[in-house]
Every structure is written in C-alpha cells, then in structure tokens.
Design a protein around this ligand. Structure first.
Ligand code: SF4
Ligand code: SF4
Length: 80
C-alpha cells in the first residue's frame, strides 16, 4: 500500500497534552483558547496548584494555548 492510501486510513485528532506538575494554574491558556476546551481542574498537582485540563473534545490544534503558556514544559499540542 502506498503512503497516500495509508494516510487515508489515519484519523488525525489534534489535542493538548498537559504536564500537570509543571502547570501553575495561571489560566492564560484557558482564556486564550478560541474553542474554550480548556478549564482549571479541581485536582492538586505536586506544587499544590489546580492544573488545567482538556475537556476531551473540540481542540482544533491551533497551538494558541502553547504560545500563551509561560511555563516551558506545562503544555504541548499534538496533531494526532
Ligand atoms: S490547540 Fe487551540 S483549540 Fe486546542 S486546546 Fe490549544 S488553544 Fe484550544
Ligand atoms: S497557561 Fe500554562 S501554566 Fe497557565 S494554566 Fe495553562 S498550562 Fe498551566
């Protein structure tokens, strides 16, 4: 099977990946997300902060959350 045909069978779903212990719960990504699919959780991380969480659907992979996050390792966006 050539690569074009293989890609037809691949569903790519963008989503944020949150590294909870790096998040300081500033809320910048929540405010910046155009799809409003991020929220501050009610859990505590190892810094005693309530890290952000993804609601589980609706991300368009724009990366705006990543570019608004002041913590270099708290948030990344995967396209699949
Ligand atoms: S990539 Fe865009 S749509 Fe997805 S969570 Fe981040 S800001 Fe929201
Ligand atoms: S912008 Fe970064 S540090 Fe702030 S709540 Fe979002 S992931 Fe956490």
């Amino acid at each position: 099977m050539n690569s074009e045909l293989q890609n037809l069978g691949t569903i790519q779903i963008p989503h944020p990946i949150i590294h909870e212990d790096e998040c300081k719960a500033c809320g910048r990504c929540v405010a910046a997300c155009p799809k409003k699919v991020l929220r501050i959780s009610t859990r505590f991380n190892n810094k005693g902060m309530t890290p952000v969480e993804y609601i589980g659907e609706g991300c368009i992979g724009c990366g705006i959350c990543f570019y608004n996050c002041p913590e270099p390792y708290a948030l990344e966006v995967q396209k699949k």
